[in-house]
Structures are given as structure tokens and as C-alpha cells.
Design a protein around this ligand. Structure first.
Ligand SMILES: Nc1nc2c(ncn2[C@@H]2O[C@H](COP(=O)(O)OP(=O)(O)O)[C@@H](O)[C@H]2O)c(=O)[nH]1
Ligand SMILES: [Mg+2]
Length: 336
């Protein structure tokens, strides 16, 4: 016979699957009332809050879970994910420290920590992390590549003045316009798959090296690209997702006119959360020109009204993808 609090916990998990988050949270609350030390219930309640976009409440739940059991790795992982979502990278590192205290041989934890150090431009520490990975798994090509890249950053710093910047951009637009495909086309360096399941968001990075004529220093720009994993419809999640963005890419599908007309409403909700940051419009799937329902002129008009540049792109053939992303990168730099 399962105890009542366990039953409530399992029911809560089922309700989360059905996207009935409020009811799920009520179940977890009841389970916690019956068993105040129920760390798993706190953890799942945190996940439910997170899916609803309530990052602070989620953090509160995960905090209690790790207070109940400081060796509760799932709780630390989720806390790490919230901080990543909020862009608080220092706290992300603190969480990974705690996870590594519990399990010093977690290869993926060291990899993530190394990537985070790269983003914070703490290249010495990044090298240490990738060395750890190589200690655990001497054959890791990924770690070898990352270590080499961290070392080259260290060497280059001494050779010539370089500015390093990290900027966050979001891709927005109706479901199925090609946001995920565009990112995949543009970025090969998958930053961290782990976070998809927890927060419905995928984060990838692309490092751009921009050369300028001296005395202007060259710039190494790390774009952290945020992609919603099919959660576009979740209003609450969006504000957490948009927070702290330095630029936005608004994507429509040239074979579906309604996706063009929706661009403005995506821009409006975005600018409610962020400051006025640079934006670019992509008219994607241009390879399907036979099925096109609008073209450059219409996209150009709507972009102009919003004060954005525009590109016709194809994630399938790669047409204009690199250029369009780079233009946004340069626009962000002009502003910083
Ligand atoms: N022909 C063509 N298909 C595309 C292009 N970009 C995306 N797709 C397809 O459109 C569908 C939705 O793409 P996805 O990237 O998941 O869209 P998202 O929901 O905006 O992230 C998938 O079947 C893709 O293969 C493109 O440029 N050309
Ligand atoms: Mg997608």
C-alpha cells in the first residue's frame, strides 16, 4: 500500500504531464503538508512553477529541497537551470560547485562548468574544467577542442587587444516557422542539451570573431541563443525567456501569410519585457518559393514599420542565415 503523500505526489506528476499545473501544485502542497521532509515533492513543485514562468517560486521550492537534503543532486540541477534561465551565471557556477562536491566525477557537470567559464571569459578556469573532463575521460574530443579554444583565447589576449562580450538573443515567431532549424543551421556547437527537459528552453552559443582596423580592438562576441522548445504558446514562460535579451530575431514563414502578420505582436510582447534592443526580421523557407504567399516587399514594409532590418532566409539551404545573424551581432555591438 502506497502512503497518501506518495499518491498525491504521483498524481501531481501526472497532472503536470496534462499541463494542469495549478492542480498539480495543489497536490504537491498537500503531499508536503503530510510529509514536510518530502524533497521530491518540493522538487516537482518547483518544476511546475518553472513551467508556469514563476522562476522565483520555483527557486524557493528547489531551495527547500536542497536544504532538506544538501546531497540532493536533482534539486541542485534544477536550481542551476533556473539561474541559467535568469542569466545569473555566477549562481550557476555555485550550483555546479555543489553538484561536484557530491559527485566529483560527473563528466557532463565539468563540461558545462567549463562552457560557463568560457562564457564568463574566465579561460584559466575553463582550462582546469576541461582538464578534469580529460582526467575522467581521456578520449573526450569535445573537451580537447574546448581546451584548445580556451588556451588560444589566453594566448591571443597577450598578443593584441581584444574585447570580449557575451550577448543574449532570442528567436521568436509562430510555431513551425523554422526557428529551431535556423539555429541548428547557424550553430553547431550545442551548448547544453540537458536543460531542454527541465525548462523547455534550449540554449546554444556561437562565437563570432570580428576584426577591425587598429587601433580599434578586435571583438570576440559570444552569442547565447535562446530557443523555446515548442513552448511558444506559454505566455507566462515568455517573460522569463525574454528577460535580459540584447537582441531579437523575429521569424515568419514565407509560405504562410498569417505568420507575417503576427510578427508585430511578437515584437510588442518582447519590447514589454526588454529595453529597446536591436531586432531583425527573417522571412524563412524561401527555398519553397513556388508556395510563397508573400515576398521581400511585404516583409520589408512590416520590418520598416518596426524599425528592423529584414532578410529572406532558408534554414534548409542556408541562404542568408549566416549574414542575417551576423548583422544582428554587429547591431548589438554598435549599441554596447
Ligand atoms: N523547406 C524548408 N523547411 C523548413 C525550413 N526551416 C524549417 N523548415 C521545416 O519546418 C518545420 C518546422 O521547423 P522548426 O525549426 O521546428 O520550427 P520552430 O517551431 O519555429 O522551431 C520542420 O519540418 C522543418 O524541417 C526552411 O528554410 N525550408
Ligand atoms: Mg522550435
Amino acid at each position: 500500500m502506497e502512503e497518501i503523500h506518495v499518491k498525491l505526489y504521483l498524481k501531481g506528476k501526472e497532472l503536470v504531464k496534462l499541463k494542469r499545473y495549478d492542480e498539480a501544485i495543489a497536490c504537491f502542497n498537500e503531499a508536503i503538508e503530510l510529509n514536510p521532509g518530502y524533497k521530491e515533492a518540493y522538487n516537482e513543485r518547483g518544476n511546475a512553477f518553472l513551467i508556469m514562468g514563476k522562476a522565483d517560486d520555483a527557486l524557493g521550492s528547489f531551495n527547500i529541497a536542497t536544504e532538506i537534503d544538501p546531497k540532493y543532486v536533482d534539486g541542485w540541477r534544477n536550481k542551476e537551470a533556473v539561474y541559467l534561465l535568469l542569466g545569473n551565471y555566477e549562481e550557476v557556477i555555485k550550483c555546479s560547485d555543489c553538484i561536484l562536491k557530491i559527485n566529483p566525477y560527473g563528466e557532463s557537470v565539468w563540461i558545462n562548468r567549463g562552457c560557463m567559464m568560457m562564457n564568463l571569459q574566465r579561460f584559466n578556469e575553463a582550462v582546469e574544467c576541461f582538464d578534469k573532463v580529460l582526467e575522467i575521460n581521456p578520449g573526450s574530443r569535445y573537451a580537447m577542442g574546448q581546451k584548445k579554444s580556451a588556451l588560444s583565447h589566453l594566448v591571443n589576449t597577450h598578443a593584441r587587444e581584444i574585447r570580449r562580450l557575451t550577448k543574449k538573443i532570442c528567436l521568436l515567431g509562430n510555431p513551425a516557422v523554422g526557428k529551431t532549424s535556423l539555429i541548428r543551421r547557424y550553430v553547431y556547437d550545442v551548448f547544453d542539451d540537458k536543460y531542454i527537459t527541465t525548462i523547455g528552453t534550449k540554449i546554444t552559443k556561437k562565437v563570432l570573431s570580428l576584426k577591425y582596423r587598429p587601433p580599434r580592438p578586435d571583438i570576440i562576441l559570444t552569442l547565447i541563443i535562446w530557443d523555446m522548445a515548442g513552448q511558444e504558446e506559454l505566455e507566462n514562460l515568455r517573460s522569463a525567456y525574454y528577460q535580459g535579451s540584447d537582441g531579437g530575431i523575429f521569424v515568419c514563414d514565407t509560405t504562410r501569410k498569417e505568420t507575417l502578420y503576427n510578427l508585430n505582436s511578437w515584437v510588442n510582447t518582447f519590447f514589454k519585457i526588454t529595453e529597446k534592443v536591436p531586432i531583425v526580421f527573417f522571412g524563412n523557407k524561401i527555398d519553397l518559393s513556388i508556395q510563397a504567399s508573400f515576398g521581400d516587399e511585404e516583409l520589408g514594409y512590416i520590418a520598416k514599420v518596426a524599425g528592423a532590418q529584414h532578410y529572406l532566409t532558408s534554414a534548409k539551404t542556408g541562404r542568408n542565415v549566416e549574414e542575417a545573424f551576423s548583422v544582428l551581432g554587429r547591431m548589438i555591438l554598435e549599441q554596447s
